[in-house]
Design a binder for this molecule. Structure first.
Ligand code: IMP
Length: 507
């Protein structure tokens, strides 16, 4: 007869944290959210491979492109660039992140001197950028002939049909710097010359990048930025268990800092074989690049991936994702809280037995900041989120308006729209027989930096209430209570009239 587990499958919303003693040292400034991303021996000292902010973005087409990866690494987290695309496309995205030089921007607004001034206004409207590089043929890497900013024309008085050559500031009058200039030198030049923008050119006078004064402040206000040893931004790459050797090797070659198998069920011989083959192919480089496995929802799944496959971190969660219909379609999965609690207990037992700590990542179904807090308190080291990031300005999809509100498209990797042959190869005909994800829209929530900053502030404030200063202390000291239905009612507002709620919450 089938075995019925004693435990009921539970979600994060069914629990609350009980405050612990908050002392004078428990202030948000003293709280660290650093989290290990690879297994390590606590007896040998603190982990060396860490996230500064415990958030990673889901390996999904509607989430993890290069722009989001850059924005997230700058806030201390990491993106896993999706693998449901050709290897060369994924590699290109990884390269774009690794080549991103903080402060040096490839100009996205460029025009030739011959086009009318109206073209500059249209471009400004489209990109939101008022500094336009004027190059011989209007391309971003051609010979620079000048800069056009909103100080160069008066849009309400000037004749918009006149060519830009009548307005722009020519290159002879600009302060320029040569390729190879450091960010500190570029910033000093901007300051000394009281300029807002410094074009960087090569020996032949071709435009390479632009440095803006305003980015200096942005850089200074990003102390959590996650970089590799060469100060390049950190980025992860997702893998499937079909072309893992070729894909994984190409991603590492391109500079990926971390790899992770993207599978809805990682408790499989396939994944073990794939991890072992990839390790062998990477040789010594496998020591440097953590390889994550998943997803699992049980002690057995954890033990299999760690003891047999030897993964560096384990991703937890089946069926909880916001666009996921796996439980509905296949009847498998587990409430995310139950899954994290059981896998965290297995992780702690493994650590006691072997002295090796294996980080856990709670993946999917985090509907608000309190869910993130609970995932961390229950033993996750970091969380993977899809919807949270799909909603931001930096996700790869366009912003759309519907009935006066802004939305972004968001679809599952197992939906028909994703055409993800790798993840759902169930039929003999290699067709998608049934979907495991939906194609949807999510409200637009603005810049990733603002959203992450707001969530981080809340997490730190809650950790002060709990009386802990880091995630290790949180795991050891969190006291969590189950809530009754009436407690949930009590926790909401009561007997007050709320006017139409303004959408301010990030999720
Ligand atoms: P979210 O943060 O709740 O939106 O969930 C994102 C997670 O859902 C991803 O990291 C994947 O683990 C999972 N996922 C992505 N696409 C699908 C799908 O089509 N079906 C089921 N789960 C999915």
């Amino acid at each position: 007869m089938a075995q019925i587990l004693d435990d009921i499958s539970r979600t994060f919303d069914e629990f609350l944290l009980v405050p612990g003693l908050t002392t004078a040292e428990h202030t948000p400034n003293n709280v660290s959210l650093r989290a290990p991303i690879a297994k390590y021996r606590p007896a040998d000292g603190p982990p060396t491979k860490v996230l500064n902010t415990p958030f990673v973005s889901a390996a999904m087409q509607a989430v993890s492109g290069d722009e989001l990866a850059i924005a997230l690494a700058r806030r201390g987290g990491a993106a896993f660039i999706f693998c449901s695309q050709p290897i060369e496309e994924q590699v290109k995205m990884v390269r774009l992140v690794k080549e991103h030089k903080a402060g040096f921007v490839v100009s996205d607004s460029n025009l030739s001197p011959d086009v009318p001034l109206s073209a500059a206004l249209e471009l400004r409207e489209r990109t939101g950028h008022s500094t336009i590089a004027i190059t011989t043929d209007g391309k971003n890497s051609s010979k620079l002939v000048g800069l056009l900013t909103s100080k160069d024309y008066w849009e309400f008085k000037d004749d918009l049909s006149r060519p830009i050559r009548d307005f722009f500031t020519p290159v002879e009058k600009l302060v320029l710097a040569k390729e190879g200039t450091t960010l500190t030198e570029a910033t000093e030049l901007l300051w000394k010359n009281k300029k807002e923008c410094l074009p960087i050119i090569d020996e032949a006078g071709n435009l390479k990048s632009l440095v803006f004064r305003k980015d200096y402040f942005d850089h200074k206000s990003n102390p959590d930025e996650l970089t590799d040893e060469q100060k390049r931004l950190f980025v992860g790459g997702a893998l499937n268990s079909f072309d893992h050797v070729e894909r994984g090797s190409a991603l590492v070659e391109a500079g990926a800092d971390c790899l992770c198998f993207d599978s809805s069920d990682g408790y499989t011989e396939w994944q073990k074989k794939a991890v072992c083959e990839l390790r062998e192919a990477l040789g010594a480089r496998a020591e440097e690049v953590p390889i994550g496995g998943g997803n699992v929802v049980s002690k057995e799944g954890f033990d299999f991936l760690v003891r047999e496959a030897g993964v560096d971190f384990v991703k937890v969660g089946i069926g909880g994702g916001s666009i996921c219909i796996t439980r509905e379609q296949k009847g498998i999965g587990r409430g995310q809280a139950s899954a994290v609690l059981e896998v965290a207990a297995a992780r702690d037992a493994y650590c006691k037995e072997t002295g090796i700590y294996v980080p856990l990542c709670s993946d999917g179904g985090l509907n608000n900041d309190t869910n993130i807090m609970m995932a961390l308190a229950m033993g996750s080291d970091f969380v993977m989120m899809g919807k949270y990031f799909a909603m931001t300005a930096e996700s790869p999809t366009p912003t759309l308006t519907y009935r006066g509100r802004l939305y972004k498209p968001y679809w599952g990797e197992g939906s028909r729209r994703a055409r993800n042959w790798q993840r759902y190869k169930q039929s003999e005909k290699k067709e998608l027989v049934f979907e495991e994800g939906v194609d949807a829209y999510v409200p637009f929530s603005g810049a990733l930096a603002d959203k992450v900053a707001s969530t981080v502030t809340k997490l730190k404030a809650t950790m002060c209430n709990v009386g802990v200063l880091d995630l290790k202390e949180l795991h050891e000291n969190a006291r969590i209570t189950r809530v009754s239905e009436m407690t949930l009612v009590e926790g909401g507002t009561s007997n007050v009239e709320q006017l139409d709620r303004v959408y301010t919450e990030g999720h």
